[in-house]
Design a protein around this ligand. Structure first.
Ligand code: COA
Length: 219
């Protein structure tokens, strides 16, 4: 079991996602369908779940097993989105991934970069994670800005990597390891010490992403 803390910076708080968030989460997802659909993870089997309560339970069970940290993101105390640390591994890999979304009317207030910075600092300092990655579709300019602001290092293009909005989609992968940010991700960003250019996608990688890989039809 990994304890999930409540952490704040300015107007932004991350705290454990709870069963009593079901209604807020349900409303947020329903009223932001168009905003979220393009970037939403989908099930390759085609199965669509609308069981929000069940999905919170599943995330909590995952957290009890030490495999994830499901956070709610708040702006001025209002539920505005979700940040999920997933795939936590220990031992010689000691790694994790982060995914996130905010409601459209909370976009542009730095809720996500602040939340990511708080979560990553917690994972590095308290959970013992050594490396954290964030994978983003090449088309997702707002999300690319999040990792750019925080100075996540561009690592490469992963072809047809995650099932999003009904198909396997290419992703740019970004990562940080603990020793790159000993002062903390939040502190480094707030103090304006993110190394310039580190989170930018190289032009050649953008060109590469524009060329789809060759796939063959189903037999
Ligand atoms: C990607 C996302 C999480 C960014 O969250 P956020 O809290 O708005 O992050 P920021 O405030 O740092 O904004 C990032 C960029 O989004 C853009 N942006 C700001 N307001 C916006 C709005 N209303 N609509 C669209 N884009 C906007 C800006 O380019 C901004 O960069 P800037 O601060 O340099 O101007 C959010 O846009 C979102 O939830 N999108 C839909 C789901 C999604 O893409 N999830 C991530 C999958 S990898």
């Amino acid at each position: 079991m990994t304890t999930i803390p409540t952490l704040s910076h300015g107007r932004v708080t991350i705290r454990p996602l709870r069963l009593r968030d079901t209604r807020d989460l349900d409303v947020a997802l329903a009223s932001n369908r168009g905003w979220l659909r393009t970037w939403e993870a989908t099930n390759p089997s085609g199965h669509v779940s609308t069981d929000v309560r069940g999905s919170i339970r599943a995330l909590q069970a995952n957290a009890r097993a030490g495999l994830g940290l499901p956070f709610a993101m708040e702006l001025d105390g209002r539920f505005v989105g979700q940040l999920n640390v997933s795939g936590i591994t220990y031992g010689s890999l000691a790694s994790a991934s982060i995914g996130y979304w905010v409601v459209e009317d909370a976009a542009g207030h730095n809720v996500t970069p602040i939340s990511v910075a708080l979560a990553v600092d917690h994972c590095f300092r308290q959970v013992g994670v050594h490396r954290i990655e964030i994978c983003i579709r090449p088309e997702n300019a707002p999300s690319l800005r999040v990792v750019e602001k925080l100075g996540f290092r561009y690592e490469g293009l992963r072809r047809r990597y995650i099932h999003i909005n009904g198909d396997w989609r290419d992703h740019f992968c970004f990562a940080l390891v603990a020793e790159e940010v000993r002062e903390g991700v939040l502190e480094r960003w707030v103090q304006g010490r993110v190394p310039p250019g580190v989170g930018s996608v190289p032009l050649a990688a953008r060109d590469e992403a524009a060329m789809p890989i060759h796939t063959t039809p189903r037999l």
